[in-house]
Design a protein around this ligand. Structure first.
Ligand code: CP
Length: 310
């Protein structure tokens, strides 16, 4: 890390805004926080008196819960709002919702929204720090960071690794954050999926698009499978899920093309039997639940670091 480095970000809107030093600092901070979750009493006073609002306009299990667990482990006061129980159902705009929440003086607002750019827009209207918990098809920075933490934990480094990302890249905010993050940290990212689900210009993000599954997975250090996003398949971009599983699903044979110690990862939730076969998801090389564990540590680090710049 460069001498004189300090973490200068008020908001976490995307990996795109983070330098390699920023990512390294977040991961190192998260690694130091991880042991708190293994203590008998899982609580430190670091964020006592801070108010954190989880504003989720899309469903979530892992991200929402782990931000809440992270905040509570740091003694912050947390409050959850979901679209279905908010006045958004009565037609209130995101900006009006944001201004009303801001009037209650929260310190951090964590937002998930189907609109790409919603966290950026929100950050222009509120004094609170804003953390993007997934915006449309754009970015999911805390997921990218926990993925990098998990790989660094198992491989001891990120530079020089081959990361294969398989599946629906077009709709995947996780893929975008992972490609930006892993390439920034010196990994090489290879992607493969149905051509209708591969966006143009991926090479500009630093990824190599492979024409076969074998080319992407061969000798990979990590095989990252992505969820087929059934809720975002408005156009018929796939013939059928059965065919997808046949040509792009990660089976035991596909996983065997990677290095013998190659990690199997998935951001969740998994469509078992479609993008990832159950025996691979639950197999000895799967680190999918480690990703979830590390999600709490990464989110503790993000809350801590943005409050340090408040
Ligand atoms: N990985 C992820 O974002 O999972 P959730 O949708 O359950 O938060």
């Amino acid at each position: 890390m460069a001498t004189g480095y300090f973490f200068s970000h008020r908001h976490i809107l995307g990996i795109d805004h983070l330098s390699a030093d920023d990512i390294d600092h977040i991961l190192t901070t998260a690694e130091s926080f991880k042991e708190i979750s293994a203590r008998p009493i899982k609580k430190v006073p670091t964020l006592r008196g801070n108010t954190i609002i989880n504003l989720f306009f899309e469903p979530s299990t892992r991200t929402r819960l782990s931000f809440e667990v992270a905040a509570k482990r740091m003694s912050a006061d947390t409050f959850n709002i979901s679209a279905s129980t908010s006045s958004a159902t009565k037609g209130e705009t995101l900006i009006d919702t944001a201004l009303n929440i801001a009037a209650m003086h929260p310190d951090i607002i964590i937002i998930r929204h189907s609109f790409s750019g919603a966290p950026h827009m929100l950050s222009g209207y509120v004094d609170a720090a804003v953390i993007n918990a997934g915006d449309g098809t754009h970015e999911h920075p805390s997921q990218g960071l926990l993925d990098m933490m998990t790989v660094r934990e198992h491989k001891g480094r990120l530079d020089g690794l081959k990361i294969a990302i398989i599946g629906d890249i077009l709709h995947s905010r996780v893929a975008h954050s992972d490609i930006l993050g892993f390439t920034r940290m010196g990994s090489q990212v290879f992607v493969h999926g149905p051509s209708t689900l591969i966006p143009p210009d991926l090479d500009k993000l630093g990824a190599t698009v492979c024409t076969s599954l074998k080319e992407a997975v061969q000798d990979a250090d990590v095989v990252m499978t992505l969820r087929i996003q059934k809720e975002r398949q408005n156009d018929p971009l796939l013939p059928s899920f059965r065919e997808y599983a046949l040509y792009y699903g990660v089976t035991r044979e596909v996983a065997s093309w990677a290095k013998p110690d190659g990690l199997i990862m998935h951001p969740g939730p998994i469509n078992r039997g479609i993008e990832l076969m159950p025996d691979v998801a639950d197999g000895p090389r799967s680190v999918i639940l480690d990703q979830v564990t590390n999600g709490v540590a990464v989110r503790m680090a993000l809350l801590y670091l943005v409050m340090g710049n408040s």
